[in-house]
Design a protein around this ligand. Structure first.
Ligand code: SF4
Length: 360
């Protein structure tokens, strides 16, 4: 099936200093929740996203005030900036002029040929790509009439329609998303898209829900696609602080071995043998390893009886004992530590391993 190797067969598309598609790693994106014209608030949120590991950020551009804020925002952030525009070509031109690294606009919705050409030529002149964002909830009326309701085929047909407009203008730096809030529909649409064209795919389940339900729904849908080798960049859409979107995206990529430099947590599945305050410790260690940029496996286990053996693949770990903890490496105990120093000692060992990795 063509879709199995779709990811690496896509056309590489540059977005600022990041490349989406081809043999490049999957890129984590998020979107700000601030009013884009409020530069202070928007930059502050983007800097928090950067720190969390966001690699490309998108801002909404509903009006000219937002478009005019782009140059100042760009100056103060360090990751590529995508500007999201609906219909209005003047906003697109302003955003491009202001230094947007990519715009998200559906060319079929811009209006007259002259307006579409103006936007495409401006993007071409600056060497920036355009993302076509197909959304099941806002498909063209003629497609709804043809298919009866939003189907995967209708979504792919919509994508192909927008792609053709760009290709006819000799524009090929295209990225495509086909989002739906229905997981089955989104999966089917992306699978069909992967067989229909070789532009990079931006994955997402839209309106997925809260941090809890949305993370599960997104992981369920995107997990199927990632496993099949589909997808070059992703945004987890959650109704919460966007920093959470980045954390969930990274965790999802780690689950599939698609995040090269990230630490992973192995934690006790829990049972009645627990001999420490496991839940608190696990949360603390999980939070700590978010900032580690090395492929280290860290284990936190509830007891010393089965613990270290159960987590043999861990590079470093702790197992709870009576009033003390055991620090172990690859299943072998290296030393005992008092319970109240356990996490601290573990953090020191994690840092040492990370340092060793950075020096390599
Ligand atoms: Fe139970 Fe110990 Fe295994 Fe945790 S590590 S599940 S406490 S046996």
């Amino acid at each position: 099936m063509a879709s199995i190797t779709h990811r690496t067969q896509t056309r590489p598309v540059k977005v600022g200093n990041v490349t989406i598609g081809g043999s490049n790693e999957l890129i984590i994106q998020s979107m700000t929740t601030t009013k884009t014209h409020d530069v202070e608030a928007t930059v502050a949120e983007i800097l928090r996203l950067e720190e969390a590991g966001c690699q490309i950020v998108r801002v909404a551009c509903p009006d000219m005030r937002a478009a005019e804020a782009i140059p100042e925002i760009k100056k103060r952030i360090h990751i590529p900036l995508v500007v999201d525009i609906h219909f209005n070509y003047k906003l697109a031109l302003k955003a491009i002029e202001g230094g947007a690294d990519k715009i998200r606009i559906n060319p079929g919705n811009i209006g007259s040929r002259e307006k579409t050409e103006a936007v495409v030529n401006a993007a071409k002149a600056k060497g920036i790509p355009i993302r076509i964002g197909v959304n099941a909830g806002s498909l063209e009326r003629k497609l709804i009439e043809k298919y009866g309701y939003p189907t995967a085929d209708a979504m792919v047909e919509s994508a192909l329609h927008h792609i053709k407009i760009l290709e006819d203008l000799d524009f090929h730096d295209i990225i495509v998303s086909l989002k739906a809030s229905d997981v089955n529909l989104a999966v089917e649409a992306y699978e069909k898209a992967a067989q229909a064209f070789d532009y990079p795919l931006h994955l997402g389940i839209t309106e997925s829900g809260t941090k809890f339900s949305g993370s599960i729904k997104s992981a369920a849908g995107l997990g199927i696609l990632l496993h099949k080798g589909i997808g070059n960049t992703l945004r987890i859409s959650l109704s919460t602080d966007p920093v959470e979107e980045v954390k969930v995206a990274r965790e999802l990529l780690k689950s599939f071995g698609l995040a090269a430099n990230a630490a992973t947590l192995i934690s006790c599945p829990t049972c009645g043998r627990i001999q420490m305050n496991l839940f608190k410790v696990v949360d603390e260690v999980e939070e700590y390893i978010q900032k580690i940029k090395a492929p280290i496996k860290v284990a936190v286990l509830g007891c010393a009886v089965n613990g270290p053996g159960e987590a043999r693949e861990a590079d470093i770990g702790i197992a709870g004992g009576k009033g003390e903890g055991l620090l172990f490496r690859h299943g072998e105990v290296i030393r005992k530590v008092p319970e109240d120093k356990m996490v601290e000692e573990l953090k020191i060992e994690i840092d040492k391993l990370a340092e060793e990795h950075y020096k390599k």
